[in-house]
Write a protein that binds this ligand. Structure first.
Ligand SMILES: [Zn+2]
Ligand SMILES: [Zn+2]
Length: 264
């Protein structure tokens, strides 16, 4: 493999990932914070809005994190060239059932990987070097999605190559997984509760982490380490005890607002 191939691969990864990040971060920011802001007022989790300076810094650190992701992703190319990555090609022939199962598995697998590595980097011995940058955003924005220290970016970027060695996963599944990841990640930092609630103010899909769930992690670290699902936090008893009350308060505000609109 030539040097140029490696550089081309790195640049292509960089381009795709930066584009994906910017499309969703800018997209959700424009949609939620600008266009729909008056409609979503009742679902705003905190009264304060982060300053523009914070958003600009988050973009800079996110682009830097993507450079790390692309560097780590080079290992997939090297593994493939060494013949150590037969999974994706083999899995491509296993039909639609495996395609669906592989998508569910990679999302559930990533949720477990994220929960445990996230808990690890909250250890006081690792926090300053690995995770402080992400928590500098006490009040997150869609741009916080990839605002990571270098070490955290490397840990997160390593998931896909590790997974591909272990589980035969078709390439399009990896693409869909990345799409799901960035959508959940940017929404989770968006500052607006977008998840549906039951009449008594509980999350309708209580097994999914809502925006309030991760927002609470930024407000009060030490709880709510999960990414997509609430399972690990509940199994390990690390869910913020105030979570459901906070969620109800956030969605309750909107219910009252809607109730005040005259009928007919
Ligand atoms: Zn954290
Ligand atoms: Zn976060």
């Amino acid at each position: 493999m030539t040097h140029t191939t490696l550089i081309d691969y790195w640049l292509a990864g960089m381009q795709t990932d930066v584009a994906r990040y910017l499309i969703f971060a800018v997209g959700f920011w424009a949609l939620l914070w600008v266009v729909l802001a008056p409609v979503l007022k009742g679902r705003k989790i905190r009264p304060q809005t982060p300053p523009l300076r914070q958003l600009a810094l988050e973009v800079v650190f996110s682009v830097r994190a993507v450079a790390v992701f692309s560097t780590v992703a080079l290992s997939t190319l090297l593994l493939d060239h060494a013949g150590l990555l037969p999974g994706p090609e083999r899995a491509a022939e296993w039909g639609p059932l495996w395609f669906a199962a592989a998508l569910v598995l990679i999302i559930v697998g990533h949720d477990a990987y994220f929960y445990w590595t996230h808990r690890l980097i909250h250890d006081p011995r690792l926090f300053r070097r690995f995770h402080r940058r992400h928590h500098k955003s006490h009040n997150p924005s869609p741009f916080t999605a990839y605002s990571f220290d270098l070490g955290e970016a490397a840990i997160n970027g390593a998931f896909v190559p590790l997974w591909l060695v272990l589980v035969p996963t078709p390439w399009p599944v990896v693409g869909l997984f990345m799409l799901h990841q960035i959508v959940r990640n940017t929404i989770g930092h968006s500052g607006y509760e977008l998840f549906p609630a039951t009449a008594d103010g509980r999350p309708l899909f209580d097994w999914l982490t809502t925006v309030t769930h991760h927002d609470l992690h930024h407000a009060e670290a030490g709880w709510n380490y999960g990414l997509y699902f609430t399972w690990w936090d509940r199994w390990m008893k690390t869910e913020n005890p105030a979570y459901h009350a906070r969620f109800a308060a956030v969605v309750g505000r909107q219910e009252k607002r809607l109730a005040s609109v005259p009928e007919g």
